[in-house]
Design a binder for this molecule. Sequence first.
Ligand SMILES: [Zn+2]
Length: 417
Amino acid sequence: MKIKIHRGAAQIGGSCVELTAAGKRLIIDVGLPLDADDPESDEILPHAEGLFTDSQQSLPILGILISHPHQDHFGLVHRIRPGIPVYTTHAGEVLMESGEILSGHKMNVEWQHFQPFESFSIGPFRITPYLVDHSAFDACAFLIEADGKRIFYSGDFRAHGRKNKLFENMLLHPPQEIDALLLEGTMLGRTKESVLTESELEDQFLDAIRQSEGAVLCTVSSQNIDRLVTIYRATKRSGRTLVLDLYTAIILDRIQSFAKLPHASNEFDQLQVWYPWALSSLVADRSGKELLYKFKPWKLDRQDVHENPEKYVLLVKPSYWKDVEKMDLQAGSYLYSQWSGYATKAREQELRHMLEQKGFSLQHLHTSGHATRDDLRSFVRAIKPKILIPMHTEHPEEYESFGGVSRIVHDGMELDI
Ligand SMILES: [Zn+2]
C-alpha cells in the first residue's frame, strides 16, 4: 500500500491523504486550510490528480472517507468532481449539509453512510471506522487494510471530552499489527492551553453564570455538540434558560434523532430560541420559511432579553452583533468558548468592543478538542505501530519522543509501506 499526504504533513487543517492499493486510490479527508480566505480559489486545492478535475492518466479514485464534520477535514468536498462517492456517518452528512445555510454552497455530493465499528469495503480497501472522542459529532478514526498491510488514521481526537470512554477502550483494545499510524498532533506547541474535562468546564460555566447579575452571552460553535451540552447543563443548574440562536436550534433539531440531545421542544423547558435578523432572512431564502416557523413556539423576542436579562444565557455569534446591540444590555458577562486563535478575527473584535463599552466582562471558558502530549504518547504505546507518521501538527519532530520509529514526510511525498 502507498500513502501520500497531499496536505497536513506539517500543518494543522486542510487535511488530505491518498492511499493506493491494487491500482486503485482512496482519499481520506478533503479539508479546507484554516487560513484559507477564499474556499472557491483554485490555489487551495490539494494536488491530488483526478480528485477535482477529470484525469485520464491517474489511477481511479474509488471514494473519499470523511473523518468528521470539521471544515479543516471536509471543507473542499463541494468541489470534488462528480461521481466520486463520499463516505461518512449519517449524522456527519447532516451536519456538513447544514453548513449550506450559512455558506450558500450546495454540496451536490454522492453520500454513502457507514456505521462506527462496522467494517465495509471499497474495492481493495477494507475499512473499519472507530468512533472517537472529539469536539465534532460522530468523529471517527479509520483502520484501513489492503495489500496485506494495515494503516490507522487517527483523525482528530482527545481523551477529556464527554466520550472519553472511547479513548480508554482504544487503549484497552487497540487495533493490532498496525504497519503505519498517521497521528494528529494539534496540541504539540499549544502548551499554554489549559485542558479541562467537559464536566470541569461545566462547573466553570456554572460559576460564571452565577456570578453574573445581568445578561450572559456566549459564543460557541453550533457544531460543537459536546460544548452545547456543557453549556445547557450549566445554564439549567443555574436556574436560567438557554436561548439558542436560530442556526444552533436548527443544527440540534437535525441531529437530535441520532443522540439524546437538548433541542427546542416541549421536552426541554429551559430552552428557547432567538432569531437574529440577518440569519433569519438567510434561512428563509435558502431553506424556506417553514424552517423559521418550526421554532416559533419557543421563540424569545429581543425585548424579553432586554427586560429580564438575568433570566437567560444567550448564544451569540460575531455576525449578530447589531442584534445584540439593539437589546441594549448593560454590565453582563460575555463567555467565549472557542479556541483563542479565532478571537483575533475582525468581527469578533467588533463584538467585544461593543460589549466592553456596555460594561460587559469577558471570560474565556474553553477546553481543547485535541489530545494532550501525554494522551498521544499513551495512544502510540498502545497501538505500537511499525512506523509513526506525524500529521495535522506543526511539530512533527516532537513525535520522536513518543517512542518507536517516527517517519517525518512532506506533503506530496509517496511512502511505500
Ligand atoms: Zn476536528
